[in-house]
Write a protein that binds this ligand. Structure first.
Ligand code: UD1
Ligand code: CA
Length: 460
């Protein structure tokens, strides 16, 4: 179920697209579901901002049911009737409860089939059950459930019950759809509550049972911003633990933001306040220093990322050193053992093996060979205001400081570029190129200037 608006978030975006652990809520739920049943047998019930929700998750291969008007969780299942007709049973998950695991879904399914129930709900014992529906058991012992009471309709005594309805269910299709028409909207929200099916089916003498999960945190729903942030923290803490048990060290993990799909090799050390996002992969024996933000990037073994570096869709070869304060923008490909240093910005470049660009430089749309030294303040002038042009620098080139390389331009291998040159023409292999005004000297000029100034001061 993913059609709701999420009123309590006070957001213009649909609730299930809000992100925790770097992925939309719904993407987490789908990821768990498709490990239990094949994607085409998973149906996402969408409604509010349906197109956006569909677009965000359709790559998973699941199917969709459109609930145009959202009249409650019971109504969501009414709308899914035709889609579910070919099946014997359905497992219902909440699109806003992203911590659910495939194992727990399987346990719910197995319990449901074993008990031959018409409805099975997953329940949990929470120390603070506020906000959740409460499970009213038929008696102390046994699995059978009489009803589910929503918080808003619960009596004071019922509110004290700590066994809550997780919002995850299994239903036998036939008895469920035979009775779904009996749902009413005479409640606080004027909605069809799926939870009322417990009472409806019990009254019809169908079997309704509950199985209590041993992992209550898995069922946390995110109705509010505060709940969402709490869930995000749980996901990230779990991710850090997983990486550490695989051999990475993460200092002050509570300060690091590491997305669910990130990979980190053994013996890599991650310092405090680091963000590793998207599909980032970090090799082994690396050191990722504080305040670096690395997104969708591939970092080889033995790399040092010094403090404050930003990598976005970049690749860094083994043993390279990046930073402090480097900005590797999309398409940056830094070769093995290369150095990219302070305040260097790169975009769509290949920097060859062992090459260095250590200070205050912009390298964009460039192909740079191996063993090249790019002096401080070098700029590739890649943009003429309309088009981008390429700079090619051969192996072993030495680019003096403060050079501007006006693309398109090629510098042959082994060439030297004198400092402060403006290079507008191709440079042959092994040549020296100087593109700057010749220095002129006026001997004694400063001294006579000072003397003239002093004389003026004395006379006034
Ligand atoms: C629901 C349960 C409550 C349970 C809790 C667990 C009901 C009436 N109550 O409450 O007993 O303790 O989940 O988290 O079901 N949705 C639709 N279509 C709609 C309405 C909602 O698809 O018309 C979707 C929402 O997008 C959401 C899910 O169903 O993903 C649950 O809806 P929500 O409004 O969050 O229910 P809760 O109030 O949390
Ligand atoms: Ca909810």
């Amino acid at each position: 179920m993913a059609a709701g608006k999420g009123t309590r978030l006070k957001s213009k975006h649909p609730k299930v697209l809000h992100e925790v652990g770097g992925k939309p809520l719904l993407a987490h739920v789908i990821a768990a579901a498709i490990q239990v049943v094949p994607p085409p047998d998973v149906y996402a019930i969408i409604g509010h901002e349906a197109d956006r929700v569909r677009q965000a998750v359709q790559h998973s291969g699941v199917n969709f049911v459109l609930q145009e008007e959202q009249r409650g969780t019971g109504h969501a299942l009414m709308v899914a009737r035709d889609a579910l007709a070919p099946y014997d049973h359905v497992i219902v998950l909440s699109g806003d409860a992203p911590l659910i695991t495939p194992q727990t879904i399987e346990r719910l399914r197995d319990f449901h089939l074993e008990k031959k129930a018409a409805m099975t709900l997953l329940s949990a014992e929470l120390s603070d059950p506020t906000g959740y529906g409460r499970v009213i058991r038929r008696n102390q012992k046994g699995d059978e459930v009489k009803a589910i009471v929503e918080e808003k309709s619960a009596s004071a005594a019922q509110k004290k019950l700590r066994e809550i309805n997780s919002g995850f269910y299994a239903f036998a299709i036939k008895p469920f759809y035979a009775r779904i028409g009996e749902l009413r909207t005479d409640n606080a929200h004027r909605e069809y509550y799926l939870t009322d099916m417990a009472g409806v089916l019990t009254k019809a003498k169908s079997k309704v049972v509950a199985t209590k999960t041993g992992h209550p945190s898995e069922i946390f729903g995110s109705n509010t911003r505060a709940e969402m942030v709490e869930i995000d923290g749980l996901i990230r803490a779990a991710k850090c633990h997983q990486l550490m048990s695989a051999g990475a060290t993460i200092f002050y993990p509570q300060t690091c933001v590491i997305d669910a799909d990130v990979e980190v090799g053994a013996d890599t050390v991650i310092e405090p306040f680091v963000q590793l996002l998207g599909r980032t992969r970090i090799g082994s024996d690396c050191r990722i220093r504080s305040y670096s933000v690395i997104n969708n990037s591939d970092v080889g073994d033995g790399v040092t990322i010094r403090p404050g570096s930003i990598l976005d869709d970049a690749r860094v070869g083994r043993g390279a050193i990046v930073g402090p304060y480097s900005h590797l923008r999309p398409g940056s490909d830094i070769g093995e053992g290369a150095h990219v240093g302070n305040f260097v910005e790169t975009k769509k470049i290949k920097l060859g093996k062992g090459s260095k660009a250590n200070h205050l430089t912009y390298l964009g749309d460039a192909e740079i060979g191996a063993g090249v030294n790019v002096g401080a303040g070098t700029i590739t002038c890649n943009y003429d205001g309309v088009h981008k042009h390429k700079t090619e620098i051969g192996d072993g080139v030495f680019v003096g400081s403060d050079s501007t390389l006006v693309a398109p331009v090629k510098i042959g291998k082994g060439a030297y570029i004198g400092a402060a040159s403006c290079i507008t023409e191709d440079v042959p292999d092994d040549a020296l190129a100087l593109g700057r005004a010749r220095q002129t000297m006026k001997e004694g000029w400063a001294k006579s200037k000072r003397e003239a100034l002093a004389a003026k001061k004395g006379s006034s």
